[in-house]
Design a protein around this ligand. Structure first.
Ligand SMILES: Nc1ncnc2c1ncn2[C@@H]1O[C@H](COP(=O)(O)OP(=O)(O)OP(=O)(O)O)[C@@H](O)[C@H]1O
Length: 316
């Protein structure tokens, strides 16, 4: 099956500057894809081109098999977009706002009402459905925003910083909701965010954008593998006593790139999983082994490793 979102060598120039440069990206149906990058990296420009709201200088954008530039209205019917600065009619209730969106999308009234009630329930706003949205909290507005983009039964939803300004509990609920909606309704989700741990919690794949270019994309595990080839495994050992001889023995192992003494043991960085070999060496050395575990790199480390490398490169 063709990807639901496909960008082929897309660039966007404003004057001489590239906002997006030579971007190729495919997103499959049902995926949750995280678009990451600092301010000005080109995330919003990319989203606007997907929606057909901004014209690429070169390249092709297809969403749901439709050319976003040639048939933006067809794309808009299938894609729900939740911008970071969403607004509702404050004097109208949550339910009235959803019905209004349905009218704009030519959804018959009876169907609109049923869908609005179903979605209000889904986003946990049934009790506040008849309250004016001017009285909603930020988190309630974001949840209503999610219901709003879902009114037209979209195949794809694009969410720009959906958790901005929400408290941690609200964030957890909203992310869980996005995940369950994607699973239950087979909706493809494109999520733009600065919050790495939130992205890591729900995204199947991520793309890292810097200055208009996609530096890397893939699952968190595959990015970690690419970036940390020499030390893609971290074995965290709690053992006592740790002496210089033991550290030396571990350092001499072929797959090991680095050994670090910690407060209660040793961290071993290696290119292969050698946890059982490490435990044997520790025990043979006469130390007490309290715990041994494999740690994974998180998105935080991946993201920072990219920027470390970049800074070095740029300062040369
Ligand atoms: N209409 C415009 N005219 C000129 N330059 C623009 C325009 N829109 C965006 N840019 C420039 O393009 C680059 C990418 O901007 P974009 O808004 O896509 O970044 P972003 O990754 O979405 O950032 P943020 O996280 O701050 O929303 C920036 O340098 C920005 O100044």
């Amino acid at each position: 099956m063709a990807p639901i979102i496909q960008l082929d060598r897309v660039s966007k120039q404003y004057d001489e500057q590239y906002a997006v440069k030579n971007l190729s990206l495919s997103i499959e149906k049902g995926e949750i894809f995280g678009l990451l990058g600092p301010n000005g990296a080109g995330k919003t420009t990319t989203i606007l081109m997907m929606l057909g709201l901004s014209e690429p200088t070169s390249g092709k954008v297809r969403v749901c098999g439709i050319d976003s530039l040639r048939q933006p209205i067809e794309v808009k019917k299938r894609v729900g977009y939740l911008p970071d600065n969403l607004g509702f009619y404050q004097h109208m209730t949550g339910r009235e706002n959803l019905i209004y969106t349905a009218e704009l999308n030519q959804i018959p009234r009876k169907e609109a009402l049923e869908r609005a009630n179903y979605l209000l329930e889904k986003v946990n706003l049934t009790d506040a459905a008849d309250k004016k949205t001017g009285k909603y909290s930020r988190g309630m507005k974001q949840r209503l925003g999610l219901a709003d983009v879902l009114m037209k039964n979209p195949e794809v939803i694009i969410l720009d910083e959906p958790t901005l300004g929400i408290d941690p509990e609200g964030v957890r609920e909203l992310l869980a909701l996005i995940k369950s909606l994607s699973e239950e309704e087979k909706i493809t989700v494109l999520l733009s965010s600065h919050h790495l741990h939130q992205v890591q919690q729900i995204c199947d794949r991520v793309g890292i954008f810097v200055k208009g270019e996609l530096l890397a994309e893939g699952t968190i595990e595959s990015l970690a593998k690419q970036l940390f080839q020499q030390d893609s495994f971290i074995t965290r050992v709690k053992a006592h006593p740790v002496d210089g001889k033991l550290l030396e023995k571990l350092e001499q192992l072929d797959p090991v790139s680095k050994v670090e003494e910690t407060a209660d043991g040793i961290d071993v960085y290696s290119s292969a999983n050698i946890a059982s070999l490490i435990s044997r060496i520790i025990v043979e050395h006469g130390a007490a082994l309290h715990q041994i575990s494999n740690e994974n790199y998180g998105l935080d480390e991946i993201y920072h490793r990219y920027f470390e490398g970049r800074d070095e490169h740029e300062s040369r």
